[in-house]
Write a protein that binds this ligand. Structure first.
Ligand SMILES: C[S@@+](CC[C@H](N)C(=O)[O-])C[C@H]1O[C@@H](n2cnc3c(N)ncnc32)[C@H](O)[C@@H]1O
Length: 189
């Protein structure tokens, strides 16, 4: 078993909280060795925010859903109740880590482009952003569309990108979910 997978399993089992609420493995894998300020856009229940906060990050968790806001507060994190499309979280060269995980399936293509541009602007030099999304029938935004927003921008290096498809038997009949993820680092300002 690789060190990465052993560490990940240890992380899930030593604290039931992480096991139940599913820390995103990409967050675990790619934020090692980074500290500072983290922005979690569409933070949901706040599990990724809580993990980064426990790691010593100063976390800004942004959520639109008041029920999710209460859950984030229960993690001891002070969330910002905002629509990420309003870009109130945007600050130039400010964050070391920016997450936007499983949120874009809720947004229109034009809003995704606007949000990604502000994420790029808000990232510090050497900072990383991780984006993942389900593929929703209602929007056509793809991994290729997302990667295109970084192509030809010499400030960014994509370090991971892929499509995924997973079987789900947790609710209803067996079905599949599809999505994609991308991680990019800001190499200069
Ligand atoms: C599928 S959940 C993902 C939660 C978390 N990022 C994770 O990966 O576990 C999507 C979250 O995005 C939030 N969301 C959707 N649209 C949003 C928007 N425009 N502004 C802020 N949050 C939004 C939803 O309320 C929901 O909590």
């Amino acid at each position: 078993m690789s060190t990465f997978h052993k560490d990940l399993i240890d992380c899930y089992t030593k604290d039931n909280f992480y096991k139940i609420q599913r820390l995103n493995p990409l967050v675990f894998q790619y934020t090692q060795g980074i500290t500072g300020k983290a922005l979690d856009l569409g933070a949901g229940k706040g599990v990724n925010s809580k993990y980064l906060s426990d790691r010593g990050f100063e976390v800004t968790a942004v959520e639109i859903n008041p029920e999710a806001i209460k859950m984030i507060q229960r993690q001891g994190i002070d969330p910002q109740w905002e629509d990420i499309r309003e870009l109130m979280w945007s600050r130039e060269n400010h964050y070391n880590v920016i997450l936007c995980l499983y949120v874009f399936q809720h947004l229109e293509d034009d809003d995704i482009i606007k949000v990604v541009e502000q994420m790029k602007c808000s990232l510090k030099k050497e900072g990383i952003m991780i984006i993942s999304s389900f593929k929703a029938q209602s929007n056509r935004f793809s991994l290729e569309n997302l990667a295109h927003l970084f192509c030809g921008d010499h400030k960014f290096k994509i370090f991971v990108k892929d499509n995924w498809k997973r079987m789900d038997v947790s609710h209803g009949n067996l079905h599949y979910h599809e999505g994609f993820y991308l991680g990019a680092k800001k190499t200069c300002v």
